[in-house]
Every structure is written in structure tokens, then in C-alpha cells.
Design a protein around this ligand. Structure first.
Ligand code: SF4
Ligand code: SF4
Length: 149
């Protein structure tokens, strides 16, 4: 499989409801603060842990009508499900298919394009995507070629 369909589904907030961190780049903070009309320092003290993630187990911007900062949502939210740990790993991709109803709907997307989009996560969070050493034969079962999804 070299391509798949994806279109984020109106009204869906499944990925926002998943327990986990929402990491923020300095640009994410700048854009969200500007969108809310508050200084970045206020945004950081009000909505973040102070360590580069939104505070709370539940995202503080998830409301009954979805994301309250949708036009300025953080990089990791904007790029989901095109994250390296998802598009580069067969098992993770199939797990995500079960939880993201947008996969399988909408326009066709080439796998290579999904990987290119996922590179945005590596640019935003380089510390989280440290280059792995060359794999030993026993580690090659981890799929590195998304074209074989
Ligand atoms: S789970 Fe998928 S369809 Fe739902 S909001 Fe997230 S990306 Fe969109
Ligand atoms: S910031 Fe918005 S898109 Fe991101 S998890 Fe929170 S509600 Fe969802």
C-alpha cells in the first residue's frame, strides 16, 4: 500500500481526549497567545506546566465545541496522525486506524507525503527524535519503509 485516505472528521475530538502530553514549541506558544489575545507569559503560567507542555490530564482547550484554539492549535495537534512514531511503524499505524475515524476517508494521500508531513514533528521536537544507531539485524523488524504498510 502506497497511499491511504485521510480527512479529519468534523465534530471528532478522539485524539484530543487521548491521555497524554501536548508538547509546545515556542512558536506554538506565540501563536496560541496571540489567538487568545494574552501575553505569552500569561499563557505559559495559565495553561502550561512550565516545562513545555499543556497542563492537566485533559487538554485545557478541549471544550464541548472542540478545540478552543483550533486556528492556532499546537504543532503536534495540527500534524496528527502524521507523527513519525505512527507513520513509520506498521503496528502504531494499525493501532491509530482503530482510534482515528478520519483514516480511510477523504482524499488520497501518498505515504511519502505523510512521511514528509511527519518530518515537521522532528523539526519541532528534535530532542524527541534522536537519530537511532544503525539497526542490528534483530531490530530490522521495526518497519522503516512506510511504503510497505
Ligand atoms: S481522531 Fe482523527 S478524525 Fe478525530 S479529530 Fe483526531 S485526527 Fe481528526
Ligand atoms: S490544543 Fe486543541 S487540538 Fe490540541 S489536544 Fe487540545 S483541544 Fe485538541
Amino acid at each position: 500500500m502506497h497511499q491511504f485516505r485521510f480527512e479529519c472528521q468534523p465534530g471528532c475530538t478522539a485524539c484530543c481526549e487521548t491521555e497524554g502530553e501536548v508538547r509546545l514549541t515556542s512558536e506554538d506558544i506565540r501563536r496560541a497567545s496571540a489567538f487568545l489575545g494574552i501575553p505569552s507569559e500569561v499563557f505559559v503560567s495559565t495553561y502550561t506546566t512550565g516545562a513545555g507542555t499543556l497542563s492537566g490530564l485533559r487538554c485545557p482547550f478541549l471544550g464541548p465545541n472542540g478545540c478552543a484554539i483550533h486556528p492556532a492549535k499546537p504543532t503536534q495537534c495540527r500534524l496528527y496522525p502524521f507523527w513519525p512514531e505512527i507513520v513509520e511503524t506498521r503496528q502504531a499505524w494499525h493501532r491509530t486506524v482503530r482510534t482515528c475515524p478520519g483514516i480511510g476517508k477523504g482524499p488520497l494521500i501518498q505515504i511519502a507525503d505523510a512521511v514528509a508531513i511527519a518530518a515537521g514533528m522532528k523539526e519541532a521536537f528534535p530532542d524527541s527524535y534522536v537519530q537511532e544507531p544503525a539497526p542490528s539485524p534483530s531490530r530490522k523488524r521495526r518497519m522503516r519503509n512506510p511504503a510497505s504498510f
